[in-house]
Write a protein that binds this ligand. Structure first.
Ligand code: FAD
Ligand code: SF4
Length: 318
C-alpha cells in the first residue's frame, strides 16, 4: 500500500473542500471497498478524507411523503429501519442479499453506490484493464467473463456495477443529493449517477471532483408487491449473476430494474410498460441489443427466468 495522509472532516462542506484541495485525495466512509483496493495498489490516493464524523447518519421524512437517507447510514441500519421495511421492502431485501453482516455493519449508503466493479481483471494488476489503466486493453473480452455485462457494453469494457442496493434504489426512482467544494448542493436522479463505460470506463459516475454525496431521497412509497431476487453462484456472500428489483401492482402494471447485467443498475421504460405481458416481453425489452460473450450468454435466459420467478412470487402468471 502506498503512503497517504489522513484527516477527519467535521462537516460535508469541509470534506468536499478538503478533497478538492489535495490532488489525489478521496473520501473514505466504511472503507470496505476502498481499503481493499488500496491494499492491492489499484487505488492509490495520496490523501484520505474520513467522512465518518460529519453526521449524515439519520433516516428522516422527506418533503412529499418520501424518505431521506443520510450518506453515512450503515447498510445494516437501512435494511432494518421500520419505515424502509414497511414502505420500501425491495430496498431492505436488496441490502440483506449483499455482502455479510459484518460488512453491512460498516458499509455506508454513499460508499455502496460508489463501490467499484468486481471484474477479476480489474483486481489482477498483471492483466490489461482499461478501467484500471486506460488504454491498456480489456482482458475480459475474450477472457473469463461469466460475471460480466451484457447490455450497455463497449469495446473498451464489459464490467458490471456490483451493488444490490443501487438496483433497488433505481426501481424506487431515488435521488442522490450532493455538496460540492464551493458548498453548492444538487440533486441527481439515480439514473444519471452511474455512467456506461463507452471509451472511458475509468470514469464511473457523474460527480465532479470533490463532490460529496450527502443523502439519498426516496419518493413517497410506490405500494405494490416489492421483490428483490438475486441469482448467484453461492447462496450467500456472492455477487449477483443477475438480480431483479420489481414493484408490481395488483393490476399487473409495475416497474423493474436489473443488476448484474450492466455497468449501472439497468432499467428501461419499455420493460416497465411490458410488465402486464409477462417475463418474456419484459426481458426482451430490458435486454434489447444485448451483446454476450461465450461465457455469459446464459445471462439472457437466466434474466428471463428470474423475472418470471418474481412475477410468480407476486401472484402473477409468468
Ligand atoms: C467480501 C465482500 C463481499 C461483498 N458482497 C457484496 C454483495 O453481495 N453485494 C453488494 O452490493 N456489495 C457487496 N460488497 C461491497 C460492499 O457493499 C461495499 O464494499 C460497501 O457498500 C462500500 O461502502 P463503504 O462505506 O465501505 O465504502 P468505501 O470503501 O468507504 O468507499 C467506496 C467509494 O465511495 C467513495 N465514497 C464514500 N463515501 C462517499 C461520499 N459520501 N461521497 C462521495 N464519495 C464517497 C469512496 O471515495 C470510494 O471511492 C462486498 C464487499 C466485500 C468486501
Ligand atoms: S471488463 Fe472493464 S474492468 Fe474488466 S478487464 Fe475489461 S476494462 Fe477492465
Amino acid at each position: 500500500m502506498k503512503a497517504f495522509a489522513y484527516e477527519r472532516a467535521r462537516t460535508p462542506a469541509e470534506a468536499a473542500a478538503a478533497v478538492a484541495r489535495q490532488p489525489g485525495a478521496k473520501f473514505i466512509a466504511g472503507g470496505t471497498n476502498l481499503l481493499d483496493l488500496m491494499k492491492l495498489d489499484i487505488e492509490t490516493p495520496t490523501h484520505l478524507v474520513d467522512v465518518n464524523g460529519v453526521g449524515l447518519d439519520e433516516i428522516t421524512r422527506a418533503d412529499g411523503g418520501g424518505l431521506r437517507i443520510g450518506a453515512l447510514v450503515r447498510n445494516t441500519d437501512l435494511a432494518a429501519d421500520r419505515t424502509v421495511r414497511r414502505d420500501y421492502p425491495v430496498l431492505s431485501r436488496a441490502l440483506l442479499s449483499g455482502a455479510s453482516g459484518q460488512l453491512r455493519n460498516r458499509a455506508t449508503t454513499a460508499g455502496n453506490l460508489l463501490q467499484r466493479t468486481r471484474c477479476p481483471y480489474f483486481y489482477d494488476t498483471d492483466q490489461a484493464c482499461n478501467k484500471r489503466l486506460p488504454g491498456s486493453g480489456c482482458s475480459a473480452l475474450g477472457g473469463f467473463s461469466r460475471h460480466n455485462a451484457i447490455v450497455g457494453v463497449s469495446d473498451a469494457c464489459i464490467a458490471t456495477h456490483p451493488s444490490d442496493m443501487a438496483v433497488a434504489m433505481r426501481v424506487l426512482d431515488a435521488v442522490v443529493e450532493t455538496v460540492d467544494p464551493q458548498g453548492q448542493t444538487r440533486a441527481i436522479p439515480i439514473a444519471e449517477l452511474h455512467r456506461l463505460p463507452g471509451d472511458t470506463p475509468h470514469i464511473e459516475h457523474t460527480l465532479k471532483p470533490g463532490e460529496m454525496i450527502t443523502a439519498v431521497t426516496l419518493p413517497k412509497p410506490a405500494g405494490g408487491t416489492q421483490i428483490y431476487r438475486k441469482v448467484r453462484d453461492r447462496a450467500s456472500y456472492a455477487f449477483a449473476l443477475v438480480s431483479v428489483a420489481a414493484i408490481i401492482q395488483r393490476d399487473g402494471t409495475g416497474r423493474v430494474a436489473m443488476g448484474g447485467v450492466a455497468h449501472k443498475p439497468w432499467r428501461v421504460e419499455a420493460a416497465d410498460a411490458a410488465m402486464p405481458q409477462g417475463a418474456r416481453a419484459v426481458a426482451s425489452a430490458l435486454l434489447e441489443g444485448a451483446r454476450t460473450t461465450h461465457d455469459n450468454a446464459f445471462k439472457k435466459p437466466l434474466a428471463e427466468r428470474a423475472i418470471a420467478a418474481v412475477l410468480v412470487e407476486a401472484g402473477r402468471t409468468a
